[in-house]
Design a protein around this ligand. Structure first.
Ligand SMILES: *Cc1c(COP(=O)(O)O)cnc(C)c1O
Length: 548
């Protein structure tokens, strides 16, 4: 690596950052990645700043009502630790000047992150930065204009030099339009500005689900003023009609990356039909260990040598974390789980492809295990506030938790605190998305490094790490939707795989061969902690994306 002072200076744009449980400006995995990324940049001295939004009410605080249904609550959050930069910038939205105040957050061991905020008395529409992912259509565009256009203007006003603009997901694309506008204002032609802007923008794509990639009608972009002076033809040439934010970002960047190797293949297939786009490479996600991993587990994993002493030390440290989780569950839900019984952790956004209740599909298989107390499962996860299907999924898990009150728990309002408790204290980490729909996933990495081996479909990051029976387990044998006539057949295949591995390998090893279990724990920690740590990821971004 060259010295930090010679490295390109990066401005990282993201809608959300998960930095700390008390700063409610994140929803899930995208924010966790961004937060960990900027913490890694700080730890290793990479010249980087983040651009984001100060969300007045954050994402939903999603609770469960007495009938077991999720409902959304919102609060106006106030933070005394944000620093006022004294800078304000103006973005013209729907022909009205919207003032964005710029806050600095550098409180959580992160590289500086500048947060834009429209909640000011001088604004006709202070609610633009009201709720993260709260609204669609015009309101979403307005938010993305604040992030992108406001973000570039904030960098200028703050006097921050930038060599590379990194759009983490398509939300930040309007920053590219602002960069084009700036260049044309200085006299470049559109073609010259396009070439120069492409040269300084890099893009990370996430969702491998077509509908997850946002699009807007051209009319609406013009009405909002998001086009920054670009003509209809230019807009259509960049993002099609309707205008797709991911397609636009693919065409306005020098290089794009997917977030795991398998996702790289998926993304290349998905966007094969888009001409004039940047190449899509793959850089696998990673996590910020100090945020998510118990350092004692890392140390004891390192020291593990198969001796009785090292086994006991590792097991005892895990039991301490498991008991802390059990206490936490008791405090939250009043359920007393048993520290001597196998405990599975599962937390996911409630989306159908994540198949949160797959494990319950055949009661004749699973019910006896839960009733005998051989198996305990702690779930968490939110549904998007406007997603009724997702809410049904949550409702269903809550219902099942009532059928097995001592063995199945649902923790409401999934956040960083729950994410950390669960990945620290579970014995096993379960993940069963319909392959290949998980872009990467990072919660499995957190669990693995804490000594909770993954029991997972070969999706996202797991194919890169899994050594079956050695550092965790796979099931489903890498089959995907394309291998079957229907989704139902894939589900049946994966279910059979899950039950087979659970009943023949996981449960017997846990109860009958503790030595082997502890060895798998140590292998999980030791085989995953380096490669899936944030340093490797940042090095790769510099080498493959930022340095020309
Ligand atoms: C780690 C974490 C995530 C990311 O989880 P994946 O499901 O693995 O993508 C999301 N939300 C929270 C609160 C987390 O802690």
């Amino acid at each position: 690596m060259t010295e930090a002072k010679n490295l390109p200076k990066v401005a990282y744009f993201c809608m959300e950052y998960a930095l700390d449980t008390k700063l409610k400006i994140y929803s899930g995995g995208l924010g966790v990645l961004a937060g960990d990324y900027l913490k890694g940049a700080k730890d290793y001295g990479f010249p980087m700043v983040g651009i984001g939004i100060k969300w007045k009410q954050g994402y939903t605080d999603q609770k469960i009502d007495e009938d077991g249904r999720p409902y959304d609550t919102y609060k106006n959050y106030q933070y005394d630790f944000l620093k006022d930069t004294g800078v304000k910038v103006t973005v013209k939205i729907r022909q009205r000047d919207i003032v964005c105040k710029v806050w600095l957050v550098d409180e959580f061991g992160n590289a500086p992150i500048y947060l834009l905020d429209t909640d000011l008395p001088e604004n006709s529409d202070p609610w633009i930065t009201g709720q993260l992912y709260g609204w669609f259509g015009e309101e979403r565009i307005a938010q993305e204009m604040v992030l992108g256009i406001g973000g570039v203007k904030a960098l200028r006003a703050l006097g921050i030099e930038v060599d590379v603009y990194h759009f983490n997901e398509g939300h930040a694309l309007f920053a590219g339009f602002e960069l084009l506008r700036e260049k044309m204002e200085k006299g470049m032609t559109y073609e010259e500005a396009l070439a120069a802007t492409r040269d300084e923008v890099v893009f990370t794509t996430h969702t491998p689900i077509v509908e997850g990639n946002e699009s807007h009608t051209i009319d609406r972009l013009l009405y909002m003023g998001a086009n920054c002076g670009l003509t209809i033809e230019q807009l259509v040439e960049l993002g099609g009609s309707p205008f797709n934010m991911t397609v636009g970002a693919l065409r306005l960047s020098r290089i794009t990356n997917a977030v795991a190797q398998l996702h790289g293949e998926t993304a290349n297939k998905m966007w094969a039909g888009v001409d004039n786009r940047s190449d899509i490479i793959a850089i696998t996600n990673a996590i910020h260990r100090p945020t998510w991993v118990d350092s004692t587990m890392l140390e004891l994993g390192e020291k593990y040598d198969g001796s009785e002493e090292s086994k006991k030390a590792l097991w005892d440290a895990h039991m301490k974390n498991k008991k802390a989780l059990i206490d936490f569950v008791y405090e939250r839900n009043g359920v007393k789980l048993d520290a001597d019984k196998l405990l599975i952790g599962f937390s996911r956004r409630a989306a159908p492809y994540k198949r949160s209740n797959l494990i319950f599909t055949k009661p004749e298989v699973i019910a006896p295990l839960l009733k005998e107390g051989k198996l305990q499962i702690v779930f968490s996860g939110k549904a998007h506030p406007l997603d009724d299907t997702g809410k049904k999924i949550v409702e269903n898990i809550v219902k099942i938790s009532k059928e097995y009150p001592n063995a199945v728990v649902f923790l409401e309002n999934y956040d960083m605190t729950i994410g950390k408790m669960l990945t620290n204290g579970a014995d096993v980490w379960l993940n069963n998305p319909r392959r290949p729909k998980e872009a990467s996933g990072t919660s499995g990495m957190k669990a693995a490094m804490n000594g909770a081996p993954n029991l997972s479909i070969l999706d996202g990051w797991w194919p890169e790490a899994c050594n079956h029976g050695v550092n965790g387990w796979q099931f489903g044998d890498g089959k995907s939707v394309d291998d079957f006539a229907t989704e139902a057949e894939l589900d049946a295949h994966d279910l059979e795989g899950l039950y087979k591995v659970l009943l023949n390998e996981v449960i017997p090893t846990y109860y009958n061969d503790r030595d082997k279990w502890i060895e798998i724990m140590a292998n999980s920690i030791n085989s995953i902690k380096e490669y899936f740590g944030v340093k490797r990821m940042l090095d790769e971004y510099y080498e493959k994306m930022y340095i020309k």
